[in-house]
Design a protein around this ligand. Structure first.
Ligand code: ADP
Ligand code: MG
Length: 403
């Protein structure tokens, strides 16, 4: 049990909102994909309407505790301001005197974005003093950063000790859409897994082989499974350390592996390519996409599904020659009448690229967070909201009001 944003009387109060503005940016810091900013709008617009003072904070990339100019949030503030059609102030740090001053000057309905939290190493250390400094700006804390909830970091975890804390609309939406997949998916429940790192996804694979009816494996991930089966995959990407793990699943009837693939003579966009049976990959070639027979097999399974969860591209979809596996499977999922949920950085990128995101029941803003949640793990930041609820449930009115 935790607070929702509507439980707090936020009028004329300072509200600190942790958003997930960890968006893809180019070398000039320009925002390439603003989906995560757009997803945060309902919470921000609600707080504007309620006349709260809105203090936003986020991380961006991995500056590892140092100031990295390319990872400043200035362009993010500009994009947010365009989307809201409203001024968004920006400060060059997230704690300290300059921030205190800027925050104190804000009037109800105004918005400020603090600087990248990860410029301070204390953020990732879940440092209590750092969290306390952040909390000193506000009366309430709102967590709307689902993508960061699998981390026990100061701005989502330690901070909930110091302020009455609640979930924002995006966090609520994520949990509402993902929970049925964990607890009671409509069956047949089909999981489509791809992408690169088996090691990152071990937990979720193990879980889905138990809970789903079929697990379709494509992408570089399938190479490791095929190799574990004794198939020669040539120079294809394989995670050698995961072969023993993969062996446990290759004969499981729920697991469906590729039967053919698109191979390339080198890992390049303009490489020579060919379609071959999975048993015919030559030594110096590599598989960069699933083949047409595999697409057909996967589509047949997806067609009958009542729930589909998709994480990980089927091939190197960034390159046209190797994108049909991902685009065809994405289309099949988007077209299906099932409850269909997608999650993962590149998976969402692919859904946007093929203009299918709107056809999905839910597109998760959290890659790692959605996987850990579906693995059945408690997300540390959500547990923190529960503790905060217990701590503050009897005195949430006991906060200072701005004059
Ligand atoms: P997500 O972020 O959606 O969880 P991952 O990060 O695990 O997905 O993997 C995404 C990447 O996997 C993509 O950039 C894609 O190019 C790559 N990929 C998919 N299939 C292959 C393959 N057969 N060989 C090499 N890379 C692949
Ligand atoms: Mg990724």
């Amino acid at each position: 049990m935790f607070f929702g944003i509507e439980d707090f009387d936020v009028k004329n109060k300072r509200v600190l909102v942790r958003v997930d503005f960890n968006v893809p940016v180019n070398d000039n810091g320009l925002v390439i994909d603003d989906s995560r900013i757009k997803e945060a709008l309902p919470t921000i617009e609600y707080l504007v309407k309620k006349k709260a003072v809105i203090i936003l904070m986020s991380h961006l990339g991995r500056p590892d505790g140092k100031v990295v100019d390319k990872l400043r949030l200035n362009k993010v503030a500009e994009r947010l301001s365009e989307l809201l059609r409203k001024e968004v102030k920006k400060v060059d740090d997230c704690v300290g005197d300059s921030v205190v001053k800027a925050v104190n000057n804000l009037k109800p309905g105004e918005i400020i974005l603090l600087e990248n939290l990860r410029f301070h190493s204390e953020e990732e250390k879940d440092d209590e003093d750092f969290a306390k400094k952040l909390s000193s700006f506000a009366d309430f804390f709102v967590n709307d950063a689902f993508g960061a909830c699998h981390r026990a970091h100061a701005s989502v975890h330690a901070i909930t000790e110091f302020l009455p804390s609640c979930a924002g609309f995006l966090l609520e939406k994520e949990l509402t859409n993902l929970t049925p997949l964990l607890e009671a998916p409509k069956r047949p429940f089909v999981v489509v897994l791809g992408g690169v790192k088996v090691s990152d996804k071990i937990g979720v694979i193990t879980k889905f082989v138990e809970s789903a009816d079929k697990v379709l494996v494509g992408g570089a991930m399938s190479n490791t499974f095929l190799k574990a089966k004794g198939i020669n995959v040539g120079l294809s990407k394989v995670e050698g350390s995961q072969l023993d793990f993969a062996k446990k699943f290759v004969d499981n009837k729920k697991v469906v592996l590729p039967v053919d693939c698109v191979i390339a003579d080198r890992f390049e966009e303009d490489a020579s390519s060919d379609v071959v049976d999975i048993k015919d990959i030559e030594d110096d070639w590599l598989a960069l996409d699933i083949g047409p027979e595999t697409i057909k097999n996967f589509k047949a399974v997806i067609k009958d599904a009542k729930t589909v969860f998709w994480n990980g591209p089927m091939g190197v979809f960034e390159w046209k020659k190797f994108s049909s596996g991902t685009s065809e499977i994405a289309k099949a999922i988007a077209k299906s009448k099932a409850v269909k949920v997608g999650g993962g950085g590149e998976t969402v990128e692919a859904l946007n690229k093929f203009k299918l995101a709107k056809k999905m029941t839910h597109v998760s803003t959290g890659g790692g967070a959605s996987l850990e949640f579906l693995e059945g793990k408690k997300l540390p930041a959500v547990t923190a909201l529960e503790s905060s609820y217990e701590k503050f449930k009897n005195n949430i009115k006991n906060v200072t009001t701005i004059k």
